[in-house]
Design a protein around this ligand. Structure first.
Ligand code: SAM
Length: 237
């Protein structure tokens, strides 16, 4: 039993920063489409070269249903089952860029979903804990990340409460739309830490970046508008 009163199921995959895929798993066509996506994201204002390299390396087509493979490198969200979506690549790149991931950073992700955002963060060297509230997605995605060799600690539970045991974290990323900033997550951010979270109503959210100063004060910076599925939980909808 955890301090926040939840039981978490846990699954950890084995680390490898190298993703080794066969030519069938990752074809020249997939690689070419990824390069085009990287150029599209640059044109849309993503400037962090490590983030662009991660997008250019992580095989997004393996994180969505095989029927969508030929669309995988369009800058679009797609359904992943259970009423949820894989985030648009621009959104993944934007949120990741704000976090300024350094190798070894402890990072908490809320909303594992397809695992694509988690894979990008792990590729950048984050020590990642990712929480998903839907059991089907948790089971499917934790297995996929492990099979692809990404070291991500996947947990099943309500991420709006964070994860006290492994906190505080250097960085926190919320990938579902929250009605307000959950205090539990603020409490689990280290001094000097950064959180990125979309906040708004069920239709539209304003991305917020939060920086916790060394004296504990919060600097809250509103950024652009996005559309996410809702964050559902005790400190959420
Ligand atoms: N990061 C994901 C990706 O790369 O595919 C985005 C997934 S989707 C936009 C948001 C996810 O947040 C969904 O899978 C949903 O089930 C999950 N979610 C919503 N509320 C949650 C909560 N309180 N705790 C954990 N996961 C939550």
């Amino acid at each position: 039993m955890l301090k926040n009163g939840l039981n978490f199921l846990k699954s950890v995959s084995v680390f490898s920063s190298m993703i080794v895929l066969s030519k069938e798993q990752d074809t020249y066509k997939d690689k070419g489409a990824r390069r085009n996506l990287v150029n599209e994201l640059k044109a849309k204002g993503i400037v962090d070269s490590k983030v662009l390299e991660a997008i250019g390396t992580v095989p997004r087509h393996l994180f969505i249903h095989k029927d969508f493979r030929s669309h995988a490198y369009q800058d679009k969200a797609f359904p992943i089952g259970n009423g949820q979506t894989i985030s648009q690549p621009y959104t993944v790149a934007f949120q990741t860029q704000v976090l300024h991931i350094e190798k070894g950073d402890s990072v908490l992700e809320i909303g594992t979903g397809s695992g694509y955002q988690a894979a990008v963060l792990a590729w950048l060297g984050a020590r990642l804990v990712s929480i998903e509230r839907q059991k089907d997605l948790y089971l499917k995605t934790s297995k996929l990340l492990a099979n692809l060799g990404f070291e991500v600690e996947c947990l099943l539970g309500d991420g709006s409460l964070g994860h006290y045991q492994q906190g505080p974290f250097d960085k926190i990323i919320v990938t579902a739309g929250a009605p307000r900033i959950p205090q539990a997550l603020v409490d689990q951010l280290k001094p000097g830490g950064i959180m990125i979270i979309p906040v708004g109503d069920e239709k539209e959210q304003l991305m917020h970046s939060l920086i916790k100063k060394s004296n504990g004060e919060l600097e809250v910076i509103p950024l652009h508008k996005f559309r996410f599925v809702p964050l559902i939980g005790e400190q959420a909808w």
